[in-house]
Design a protein around this ligand. Structure first.
Ligand code: GLU
Ligand code: ZN
Length: 497
């Protein structure tokens, strides 16, 4: 059953502005809209709101597309795939907005406002002092042609304002499941088009929602104050016979709180979506965590697949209270998804990270892939981020000249006693006739635990640090086998000096 109150087939959308780096809040909005569309077997529209030439960039547009592909949130209409109501970049639709504005003006729904910034500010101050609402006061609502002509001859420019109806605006919010009302006195006539002719978001967003047949608008709670404006604009469209006459339903997704109970800002480092990819989050792990920012599949259950989310997602179940962003939990959930990967899939996901760390070629050689395939299982269980695996397995792939030992680990493990241990290990391993995990383990136990009388817990630390460069590493005997006899002996020799 669809969740549409109107019964229209669902058409949901995601319509970011391409400014800066894609951020977490944006991805959460995309995910919820997408899941809503897919759950209801509807259409998902991806639209780029790039009419602000001072802030929008082509680079940011490309990143948005990349991130959507990476996350696996596919769209039925939008950039790259097209669709019946394109183009889907607003910068290519300016004629459409100009045309609508002409129609709104002809119908008296919009009007030119010649007030200068200084005049507006002056009146706003006066209103504030008198305790009246301080938004636009409607001064230019009913200028006569003569008054307009006089302003123009003074060389004044004008913005185009929408004439808000003098009545309250209400709608039923899909998330809060309640009616939200805005008093007429609190929503003033607002600007549709700037003096330089650039249309503003409030206009272009509603125009395109109308032309693209959007039935459900899901977006962040920060945009709630623009909703009454857009509803009023929609009603004006209906009056002038523009669009399909339908009114979308609205749902506002809860705020996401970051550190110290402050709203997560798109400028916070943990907002940067690309950083998650770079650190080795799986898209499915990150999406799972983003889903928890306002929704849950069941009590006491945090880990689920995207398909399970689509199956279960109901917009009415979204929690209206602010959600807390917890990076530790985000990483832990990613780790759960990594552990659910098959060994082959785990290797496949690791390959680009090893390549960008320049530990394998791009493309990787057969030998490199064979080594990675053999080594990956040693760290699979312990990997929360794919880059954890890169760090733990680096010692196997690094060029001889680039191998380095962590200073602190060296100081702790390769002092006088440590060197004695390494010397004994070198001797024992040098005599080995076959180089496999079992023989290596037997030889080292004999030499270090039996021979030197070391406690098993302490015996292998120096060898581990000499071989892997760190105290934290995959299981030692397997590591030695994979590194090979020559390299292993060379690394032990190197610390003996
Ligand atoms: N372009 C708007 C933004 O990025 C979209 C708002 C909406 O979803 O309606 O904030
Ligand atoms: Zn004015």
């Amino acid at each position: 059953m669809t969740e549409s109150i109107t019964g229209r087939p669902v058409v949901a959308r995601f319509c970011p502005s391409p400014t800066g780096n894609p951020h977490v809040g944006m991805a959460r909005t995309a995910l919820f809209s997408w899941a809503f569309a897919r759950h209801n077997k509807g259409t998902f529209v991806f639209r780029i709101e790039d009419t602000d030439t001072s802030r929008d960039t082509e680079e940011s547009y490309q990143l948005l597309i990349d991130v959507m592909h990476w996350l696996g949130l596919d769209w039925d209409q939008g950039p790259e795939v097209g669709g019946p109501n394109g183009p889907y970049r607003q910068s290519e639709r300016l004629d459409i907005y100009a045309d609508v504005v002409d129609k709104l003006r002809a119908a008296g729904k919009a009007y030119p406002c010649y007030c200068t910034a200084a005049e507006l500010e002056h009146r706003r101050d006066a209103a504030r002092r008198a305790g009246r609402p301080s938004g636009y006061d409607g001064k230019c609502r009913s200028l006569t042609p003569e008054e307009k002509a006089a302003f123009e001859s003074e060389g004044r420019t004008f913005v185009t304002r929408f004439r808000m109806p003098d009545r309250d605006v209400s709608f039923t919010d899909l998330v809060r499941n309640e009616v939200i009302s805005f008093g007429a006195e609190n929503v003033q006539d607002y600007v549709l088009v700037r003096a330089n002719g650039h249309p503003l978001y409030t206009l272009t967003n509603a125009v395109d929602d109308a032309l693209m047949g959007i039935t459900h608008v899901l977006r962040g709670e920060d945009l709630l104050s623009s909703t009454p404006r857009q509803i009023a604009l929609y009603e004006a469209f209906r009056d002038i016979g523009f669009g399909d006459g339908g009114m979308p339903e609205f749902g506002h997704l809860p705020y996401v709180m970051g550190q110290g109970n402050k709203k997560l800002s798109k400028r916070d480092p943990e907002s940067n979506l690309l950083a998650y990819r770079d650190q080795g989050f799986l898209p499915e792990g990150l999406l799972n965590y983003l889903a928890l920012l306002g929704w849950s599949i069941a009590k006491d259950r945090d880990v689920f697949s995207l398909a399970e989310m689509v199956e279960a997602f109901r917009i009415g179940d979204v929690n209206a209270n602010p959600a807390r962003f917890d990076i530790k939990k985000c990483q832990a959930i990613n780790g759960d998804h990594i552990r659910m990967l098959s060994p082959e899939e785990f290797v496949k996901r690791l390959v680009p990270y090893f390549a960008s760390a320049r530990l394998i070629g791009d493309p990787a050689s057969d030998e490199e892939l064979a080594l990675l395939t053999a080594a990956a299982p040693l760290v699979h269980e312990r990997t929360n981020l794919l880059t954890d695996a890169v760090d733990m397995l680096r010692f196997l792939f690094v060029a001889d000249g680039d191998f380095a030992i962590d200073d602190a680990d060296s100081a702790k493990n390769l002092g006088e006693g440590g060197i004695t241990t390494v010397r004994a290990a070198h001797k024992a391993l040098g005599n080995l006739s076959s180089w496999d995990t079992e023989s290596i383990e037997t030889a080292l136990r004999d030499a270090l635990v039996e021979g030197l009388g070391l406690k098993p817990r302490l015996a292998f630390g120096p060898v581990r640090v000499a071989i892997t460069g760190s105290r934290i590493s995959p299981p030692l005997f397997e590591s030695l086998e994979l590194l090979g006899r020559d390299k292993s002996l060379a690394r032990l020799t190197a610390v003996l000096g």
